[in-house]
Design a protein around this ligand. Structure first.
Ligand SMILES: NC(=O)c1ccc[n+]([C@@H]2O[C@H](COP(=O)([O-])OP(=O)(O)OC[C@H]3O[C@@H](n4cnc5c(N)ncnc54)[C@H](OP(=O)(O)O)[C@@H]3O)[C@@H](O)[C@H]2O)c1
Ligand SMILES: *[C@@H]1O[C@H](CO)[C@@H](O)[C@H](O)[C@H]1NC(C)=O
Ligand SMILES: *[C@@H]1O[C@H](CO)[C@@H](O)[C@H](O)[C@H]1NC(C)=O
Ligand SMILES: *[C@@H]1O[C@H](CO)[C@@H](O)[C@H](O)[C@H]1NC(C)=O
Length: 322
């Protein structure tokens, strides 16, 4: 009897521990526009449900608008008394032309936006180049969000308060400066899928830091978040989890240590709602946290921003926007 109570208590404690932080902000988002990339799946979709409960108007930026339409219907069906609006728009981060089209469309339809959540991403994607000639993980997780963010700055600047939330990952700790420069400069060479992913997330945190500095005298806060380890379709290309047998073996452990999407979106929600006006920071479990020393290095952040600009500058004009 005692043993079973103990086991129950330990199990409960473990589940609570791995569930991570919960966002307790009560701020409402009525009449505010929030753009979520990858809002049709996993963490981004869970976030869309949560901000709908707070009255936000939502733009689901999806490469698959049919999936986006399903998310929209689910939200309208399940969120009671929803007063905002949901727009489903096509965005493929693997195509710079699509990013430009999407941005132009938003500019013609909205006067201002309150927030951009760069959530779309891929993990362990088979190596290939996008139509723009960049390594696919780097473009989807970093170069695409970098370009999109710059294109949407004018709309963010029109809002009284605005926020950018970049969804990063603890995987940024697994790569070094050599990997960062190698993957960025030589698009077809990287040591492994893990390196490509780690580099893309390190790059996103460095970008967050440098952009926050450039926007320090504006209304825009920009932060990176680590959602934690979350059960979502992102593992579809990762053999140890995409194989149903291997997955079944791990299920008893994953059910305890891996967050569900609702838990996984809490830190994103926190970064959107918190009254703490820190910028250029890294949030984990709904608290400010420290990224790796490389990701926290101002000099690397500024040099890497310039390197990125050299690579993608022809797609936008930062002078007028930053
Ligand atoms: N799950 C985790 O354990 C974990 C841990 C750390 C960080 N993260 C990060 O959290 C973010 C969300 O991931 P998730 O776990 O929620 O995965 P997910 O369910 O697979 O969602 C990823 C989203 O990104 C979209 N996407 C992928 N490529 C795109 C492209 N080229 N253009 C536009 N959209 C694209 C996907 O669209 P489709 O539905 O059309 O594929 C999907 O909506 C990612 O940035 C990921 O790196 C996740
Ligand atoms: C929805 O609005 C109705 C009428 O104003 C109210 O009675 C009800 O409690 C609201 N429901 C929720 C979940 O807020
Ligand atoms: C961008 O918009 C133009 C004009 O509306 C259209 O012809 C083109 O197919 C779009 N390209 C992409 C990649 O969405
Ligand atoms: C934000 O939170 C950090 C850490 O808790 C704290 O040091 C800082 O003073 C807070 N900033 C503001 C403006 O409240």
């Amino acid at each position: 009897m005692r043993a079973s109570i103990l086991i129950g208590a330990v199990a409960y404690g473990l589940i609570k521990y791995f569930a991570g932080g919960v966002c307790r902000c009560s701020t409402r988002l009525d009449d505010l526009v929030v753009v979520i990339t990858g809002g049709n799946s996993g963490i981004g979709e869970a976030l869309a449900f949560e901000i709908a409960k707070k009255g936000a108007t939502i733009v689901l930026a999806c490469r698959n608008v049919e999936k986006g339409g399903n998310t929209k219907l689910e939200i309208l069906k399940s969120v009671k008394n929803y007063t905002g609006k949901i727009y489903v728009k096509h965005l493929d981060l693997c195509s710079i032309q699509s990013i430009v089209n999407f941005s132009e469309q938003l500019k013609s339809e909205f006067n201002e936006i309150f927030a951009l959540v760069n959530c779309a991403g891929v993990f362990y994607h088979p190596q290939s180049l996008t139509q723009d000639g960049f390594e696919i993980t780097l473009q989807t997780n970093y170069l695409g969000p970098f370009i999109l963010t710059h294109h949407l700055l004018p709309l963010l600047q029109k809002s009284v308060h605005a926020r950018i939330v970049n969804v990063a990952s603890e995987a940024h700790r697994n790569v070094n400066v050599y990997d960062l420069k190698a993957v960025t400069q030589c698009q077809s060479e990287f040591r492994s899928h893990f390196v490509a992913y780690g580099v893309s997330k390190l790059a996103l945190i460095l970008f967050t830091k440098e952009l926050a500095k450039k926007l320090s005298n504006t209304n825009i806060l920009v932060n990176a978040v680590n959602p934690g380890n979350v059960e979502t379709p992102i593992y579809r290309y990762f053999p140890p989890l995409s194989n149903p047998w291997l997955y079944a073996l791990q299920w008893p452990i994953r059910i305890v240590v891996v967050k569900n999407p609702f838990q996984g979106c809490q830190t994103l929600l926190h970064a959107l709602l918190t009254s703490n006006r820190s910028t250029g920071q890294y949030y984990s479990d709904c608290k400010l946290s420290l990224p790796s020393p490389i990701a926290g290095n101002d000099k690397i952040a500024s040099e890497y921003y310039d390197l990125t600009l050299q690579i993608v500058a022809k797609y936008f004009n930062t002078e007028s926007e930053c």
